[in-house]
Design a protein around this ligand. Structure first.
Ligand code: PMV
Length: 321
């Protein structure tokens, strides 16, 4: 009798990085945030059957039982998937252009790509809720108490208005402007900054709660600015958000310096993005020419890498200059 396999030989899953435009940290406390997939950075996972569970990635190659602590989220995700679907051992190969721990949602994007590859391998239909179920669990292991924004943003193709524990809304982002993303070259400290904001909420609740609420208001205004194609106004809101994030102690001198450089070079606005204290900052420019100048100056000032993304299309299209 011929055995009919119910798994594919090999399957692939993909996801893109993400950028938080507005609302990081406030989103942990129920305020809205705006995030967008960042298609200039991508991760691909390939899954095939193997004698034992094995990971092949830039950070670690070897048996899954021996992955370093920093990849526990991935190990647990694979075990969870294998158990839920009674699947055989697998080899998971990951290639990524998303810098890790830079506020670009690398861990969530890897979880999205791996889950997608696994479901395709098992020939199980992918549903948004099913995908998020696994990615959110993996993110909890990686980040402690994540809002879920990374999981939502890296699994879609459109910008989202995200509120914790609520269904999120995708919306078209059609703005006359270009976004520059600059990597400080320093690992972000999302776990630390989320914890420190939480302790500020206890030690100085009035100030911290006010800043969180104001960040939420700025996000709501940013959504209106985007709908009305008001890039200049959005830039001002970004500047205000950065000041509030500084007051929550989640910025650092490197981020502050790059924000200043962008503003000095005619950015409409600039702020840190993601968890902070390292990671990335973003700046808004009127057009691709202005964006290229700002990106160049950011690199001269020490940014490890920069990307430019036009905001006038859905999904946003990376610019090559
Ligand atoms: O550093 P990232 O890209 O993982 O973003 C963290 C965003 C926070 O709002 C600071 C935390 C969260 O869970 O939403």
């Amino acid at each position: 009798m011929i055995e009919v396999p119910n798994v594919k030989e090999i399957a692939t899953g993909q996801a893109s990085g993400k950028i938080i435009l507005m609302g990081e940290h406030a989103v942990v406390y129920g305020e809205p945030a705006i995030a967008m997939p960042f298609s200039a950075t991508q991760v691909t996972a390939v899954i095939r059957r193997s004698q034992e569970d094995f990971l092949d990635s830039a950070y670690f190659t070897g048996p899954l039982t021996q992955v370093p602590q920093s990849l526990n989220n991935l190990k647990e995700l694979i075990y969870m998937l294998r158990q839920d679907f009674a699947a055989p051992p697998l080899l998971c190969t990951i290639t990524s252009t998303i810098p890790a721990e830079r506020g670009m949602g690398s861990s969530a994007a890897v979880a999205v790509a791996v889950t997608r590859a696994f479901l395709a391998w098992q020939q199980v239909e992918e549903t948004p809720a099913g995908l998020l179920h696994y990615v959110n669990q993996s993110e909890k292991i990686a980040h402690g108490n994540p809002s879920g924004i990374d999981a939502a943003a890296t699994s879609g193709t459109e910008p989202i208005l995200f509120e914790r524990d609520k269904p999120f809304h995708a919306f078209p982002l059609k703005l006359d402007g270009c976004l520059i993303v600059a990597d400080t070259g320093v690992k972000g400290k999302t776990r630390d900054t989320v914890r420190d904001v939480a302790s500020l909420m206890t030690t100085n609740p009035q100030q911290a709660q006010r800043a969180i609420q104001q960040l939420g208001d700025l996000t709501r205004q940013a959504k209106e600015a985007i709908s009305a194609n008001q890039a200049r106004y959005l830039g001002l809101l970004m500047n205000e958000a950065h000041t509030l994030l500084q007051s929550l102690s989640v910025s650092d001198p490197t981020l502050d310096q790059l924000v200043q450089v962008a503003r000095r070079n005619n950015a409409l606005g600039a702020k840190l993005t993601g968890g902070g204290r390292g990671g990335c900052m973003i700046a808004l420019a009127t057009d691709a020419h202005n964006a290229a100048i700002i990106a160049n100056q950011l690199e001269n000032a020490g940014a490890a890498a920069t990307w430019i993304q036009r905001l006038g299309y859905t999904p946003a299209v990376p610019v090559s200059l």
